[in-house]
Write a new protein. Structure first.
Length: 236
C-alpha cells in the first residue's frame, strides 16, 4: 500500500457534481480512487457519468477501482447478462438511465442494449465485488454480520441494509459502503463508514480520503467542493 485512497459514494446519473469532485481531489501518483457503485439510474445522465469515468481512468498514475452496485447489477440482468432482479430495474430508476441513451423506456431489452456503447457494457460487466486497502473493506451495501467473508453472498453485498447497519460485525476491517443514503456520513467506528450522502435526492456527493479521514463533498447542483474532517461518530 502506498499513497492515499479516495472512496466515492453513489453518483446516480449526476456527472456535473462528479466532475467537480474529481477535478478538486488532490490526486498524486500512487493514490487509489475507489467508487462504491451505483453510477447509473435516478439522475438524468447515466450515460454522461460512465463517459466521465472512462475518461478519468485514462490517468494511469492513479489506480481506479470501480465496485458494482445493485443498480448496475439490475441493469445487467435486465439486458440478459449477469446479474439479478432485472425485472425491477426500470421501477428502481432505470427509466432515467434508458432515456439518457436516447431510447424510449418502453423499449425491449435488446433495443436498450443496442443503444448502450459496448465500452459502457464492458465497464459494467467488469465492475468488482469488493476491495481491501489499509484495514478497510470497500463494498456497495455492506456485509451480513456473523458470516465469514468467503460465504458472503452478492445479494447481501449489493442490497443489505438494516441487518448490517444496526449490528457490529466480526470482520477485521472497517467497512466503507454506499447504498443507504443519509444527509450525513454514517460513522460507526471501528465497524463501518457510510458515504452515500444522497446526491440524487438533493444531498451531496462525498469522497472520503484515507488514511487521514478527510471528507470532500459537493452539494447537489453546485460545483464548489468543501473539505472537513470525518466526524468521530460512535467509538467502541
Amino acid at each position: 500500500m502506498s499513497g492515499r485512497l479516495f472512496a466515492i459514494g453513489d453518483v446516480h446519473g449526476n456527472p456535473g457534481e462528479l466532475g467537480a469532485l474529481l477535478d478538486s481531489l488532490p490526486l498524486s501518483a500512487g493514490d487509489v480512487v475507489c467508487f462504491v457503485g451505483d453510477y447509473i439510474d435516478r439522475g438524468r445522465d447515466s450515460k454522461g457519468v460512465i463517459d466521465l469515468l472512462l475518461a478519468a481512468r485514462g490517468r494511469t498514475d492513479v489506480e481506479w477501482v470501480f465496485l458494482k452496485g445493485n443498480h448496475e447489477d439490475m441493469c445487467l440482468s435486465f439486458l440478459g447478462r449477469s446479474g439479478n432482479w432485472g425485472d425491477s430495474w426500470l421501477a428502481n430508476g432505470g427509466v432515467a438511465a434508458v432515456r439518457s441513451y436516447g431510447v424510449d423506456a418502453r423499449s425491449e431489452p435488446a433495443v436498450v442494449e443496442g443503444a448502450i456503447p459496448e465500452a459502457h457494457l464492458t465497464f459494467m460487466e467488469g465492475l468488482e465485488r469488493a476491495y481491501r486497502w489499509g484495514g478497510y473493506l470497500f463494498v456497495h451495501a455492506g456485509i451480513r454480520p456473523g458470516v465469514p467473508w468467503e460465504k458472503q453472498t452478492d445479494e447481501d453485498i449489493f442490497w443489505i441494509r438494516e441487518e448490517f447497519l444496526r449490528r457490529p460485525h466480526g470482520m477485521p476491517e472497517t467497512i466503507v459502503f454506499g447504498h443507504t443514503p443519509g444527509r450525513q456520513v454514517l460513522v460507526d467506528l471501528p465497524y463501518k463508514i457510510g458515504i452515500d450522502t444522497g446526491l440524487v435526492y438533493g444531498g451531496a456527493l462525498t469522497a472520503l480520503e484515507l488514511p487521514d479521514r478527510i471528507l470532500h463533498q459537493v452539494s447537489s447542483g453546485e460545483r464548489r467542493v468543501r473539505c472537513s474532517a470525518l466526524p468521530a461518530g460512535r467509538q467502541r
